[in-house]
Design a protein around this ligand. Structure first.
Ligand code: HEC
Length: 163
């Protein structure tokens, strides 16, 4: 009896046979239906996610760099900021013979030009220094920077009255 069991099918009743036959049809058909759906269906993500605005928002670069004054053109920079951020690029290391910051010997002969003369050099450019030192700063801002630089190097210039 035990031997006979080993070789017998696990289908023992007509109901089991019917179930197996049905499953033999249904399982492959269901698989095919699901596979076809997988291939044919579009991604079912939120429909608005594919809107042009949403797509371009996702395509934005990770960061933006903005140059210039943070507060817009209206916010004038302090003279110290201008010198540190713009003028120091050349003047702290003395690039291309720029008179170094706080170098009294280098500034002494130039200080004789007075604020007007020095400002003129900056506005028009001099030697390797481009006009307006390559910036779009206003005359007032440039004058303030000149005063700050000159006074660091032993000058005694007065900040001009703001217009
Ligand atoms: C690109 C480099 C560079 C930058 C930026 C720069 N300078 Fe100069 N600057 C020079 C050089 C070079 C000289 C020397 C020019 C010469 O005498 O031939 C000079 C000279 C000067 C002088 C003396 C001018 C004279 O008549 O003797 C002043 C004042 C001055 N710079 C102010 C400034 C101020 C203010 C800024 C910032 C707003 C600035 N510079 C930014 C390169 C630079």
């Amino acid at each position: 009896m035990a031997e006979h069991d080993e070789h017998s099918s696990f289908i023992k009743t007509p109901q089991q046979l019917i179930t197996v036959i049905l499953l033999a049809f249904l399982v492959p058909i269901l698989s095919i239906v699901l596979l076809v759906q997988l291939v044919v269906d579009r991604p079912r993500a939120d429909a608005s996610a594919m809107a042009p605005e949403a797509v371009s928002a996702r395509l934005q670069p990770v960061g933006k760099v903005e140059f210039g004054a943070a507060g817009g053109a209206a916010a004038a920079k302090s003279s110290e900021d201008v010198v540190k951020e713009v003028c120091a690029a050349c003047h702290s290391a003395g690039i291309a013979n720029a008179p170094k910051l706080a170098d009294k010997a280098a500034w002494a002969p130039r200080l004789k030009l007075g604020l007007d003369g020095l400002l003129k050099s900056v506005v028009n450019g001099k030697g390797a220094m481009p006009p307006r030192a390559g910036t779009s700063l206003s005359d007032d801002e440039l004058a303030g920077a000149v005063v700050f630089m000159a006074n660091q190097a032993g000058g005694n210039l007065k900040e001009p009255a703001k217009k």
